[in-house]
Design a protein around this ligand. Structure first.
Ligand SMILES: [Fe+2]
Length: 387
C-alpha cells in the first residue's frame, strides 16, 4: 500500500504562466500575497507574473524574501504579515527559497506556537491558506512536494515540516521563466533536481508509481542538463529540465530521499549552498549505495544515458557514479571537498557530525549506513587520499 499526493492543479509547459488568471478565477481570493525574491523582481519575472493575473493584480501585495536559503525567522515574519493582513491566497514565485517561505507561511499562519512546533512529520492540525507555486528554476521541485525546509539557526541545521497539508493547491511550471538562469545556477539547481530523481528512485520507500516519475525525470535531466547549461536559450532543453525537476520531485515526495541529502546537511553549515552540498556528495554516496543493489544502480546509469548494453549489473552500476562525475566535470563543479576549503584533518569529525545530523533521513537510504561508512564516503569525497 502506498499513498500518492500532488497539487490539485499542475499546469506545465511554455506559456503556463498565462493560466494564472484562470486558476485564480477558480479560487477567487479576496487578497493575495506574492512571496518572491530580489532576483525574480530584477529580472522582470515578477512583473510578468502580475500581468498574468488579470484584475487579481489589483488585490495583490508583495513580500520580498532576501534569503537564498530560507530560515525559520523569515517564514514566521511572512506568516505574521499573512495573519495580520488576512491574505487568503499566497503565491510563491521563484526558486526553492521563496516557494518554501510561501508554503511555510501558509501553514504557520493558521497554527499557534510558531514554525518550530510544526517541524517534523505530520504534525499539522489543519490545512494552511491556499498556495500557488510558480518555480523560476528547474531544481528544488518544492512546487510539488509535501515539505517545507528551513534553517533552524540554534540547531545549526535545516529541518522540515513534512505533511501533505503543506502541498500547494496549484503548481504553474513554465520553462520560459527559467530562461534567464545563469549557467552556474542552471548547473547547481539541475544537479539538485537530478539527485532528487536518483534518491527518490532508489529510496527504500519507492513504489511503482513514484518510480514512473523518477525514471522519466532521470532520463530527461540526464539528456538535457548539459544542453541547458551550455545554452540557456535552448528552450527544448529548458522545457525538458523544468518537466524533469517537477516529475523527479513528485516521485521523491511520494517515496523519500536518502544518504546524499542526509549527509549534505553538514556541508550547509560550512557555507555550501544546498545544491552544492548534494552535487559534491552524490558520486560518492552512489558509489557506496550500489554495493548489494547493482541491478538498481545499473538502471540509474541507463536512465542517465550511460552505455550499459552488454555489461554485467556490477559493471553497469559503476557507471551511475561515473555519470555524476561526468556532469560535474562538464559543468566545472569540483566533486572534491578539498576544493571547498575542507582540510584533510577535519574529514573524520565532519563525517561523524554528518552522520549525527543525517539521522532523520538515513533510514530512507537503500543501504544501511554506519558511522564508519560515512568516514569512508567523506574520505573519498575529500579527494586527497594517497596524495
Ligand atoms: Fe535537494
Amino acid at each position: 500500500m502506498y499513498n500518492l499526493v500532488q497539487p490539485r492543479i499542475i499546469c506545465m509547459g511554455s506559456g503556463a504562466l498565462r493560466s494564472l488568471e484562470q486558476i485564480l478565477l477558480q479560487m477567487d481570493p479576496k487578497s493575495i500575497l506574492i512571496v518572491t525574491g530580489p532576483t525574480v523582481q530584477r529580472l522582470g519575472i515578477l512583473e510578468r507574473a502580475l500581468s498574468s493575473m488579470g484584475s487579481f493584480k489589483n488585490r495583490t501585495e508583495i513580500f520580498i524574501n532576501p534569503r537564498p536559503e530560507p530560515d525559520v525567522a523569515i517564514v514566521e515574519d511572512c506568516a505574521k504579515i499573512v495573519r495580520e493582513k488576512g491574505y487568503d491566497l499566497i503565491i510563491g514565485l521563484g526558486g526553492g527559497s521563496p516557494m518554501d517561505v510561501a508554503k511555510g507561511a501558509a501553514v504557520v499562519a493558521v497554527h499557534e506556537g510558531g514554525m518550530r512546533s510544526l517541524l517534523g512529520r505530520n504534525l499539522l492540525r489543519r490545512k494552511g491558506i491556499p498556495v500557488i507555486l510558480v518555480p523560476t528554476t528547474a531544481g528544488s521541485g518544492t512546487e510539488v512536494t509535501q515539505a517545507v525546509v528551513a534553517d533552524v539557526p540554534e540547531e545549526g541545521t535545516k529541518k522540515s515540516i513534512w505533511d501533505p497539508r503543506t502541498m500547494a493547491e496549484a503548481a504553474v511550471v513554465d520553462p520560459e521563466l527559467t530562461r534567464q538562469m545563469s549557467p552556474r545556477l542552471t548547473a547547481e539547481t539541475g544537479l539538485d533536481a537530478l539527485v532528487h530523481a536518483v534518491e527518490g528512485h532508489t529510496s527504500c520507500y519507492a513504489n511503482p508509481v513514484s518510480r514512473i516519475y523518477t525514471w522519466e525525470a532521470m532520463g530527461l535531466i540526464g539528456k538535457y542538463l548539459l544542453r541547458a547549461y551550455k545554452d540557456g536559450s535552448d528552450m527544448e532543453a529548458r522545457e525538458a529540465m523544468a518537466r524533469g525537476a517537477t516529475l523527479g520531485a513528485m516521485g521523491m515526495t511520494n517515496s523519500g530521499l536518502g544518504a546524499i541529502h542526509a549527509l549534505a546537511l553538514v556541508l550547509d553549515q560550512r557555507g555550501f549552498t544546498h545544491c552544492q552540498s548534494v552535487a559534491v556528495l552524490a558520486p560518492w554516496v552512489i558509489g557506496f549505495n550500489r554495493l548489494g543493489h547493482e541491478e538498481l544502480y545499473a538502471k540509474v546509469a541507463e536512465a542517465l544515458g550511460e552505455r550499459v548494453q552488454g555489461l554485467s549489473a556490477e559493471k553497469a552500476s559503476l557507471k551511475a557514479s561515473d555519470a555524476l562525475l561526468r556532469f560535474l566535470d562538464e559543468m566545472g563543479i569540483s566533486p572534491y571537498l578539498k576544493d571547498y576549503g575542507i582540510k584533510s584533518d577535519e574529514v573524520s569529525s565532519l563525517a561523524l557530525k554528518a552522520y549525527q545530523l543525517g539521522q532523520r533521513l538515513l533510514p530512507m537510504n537503500i543501504r544501511e549506513v554506519h558511522g564508519k561508512d560515512v568516514i569512508t564516503i567523506f574520505t573519498e569525497a575529500h579527494g586527497s587520499e594517497g596524495k
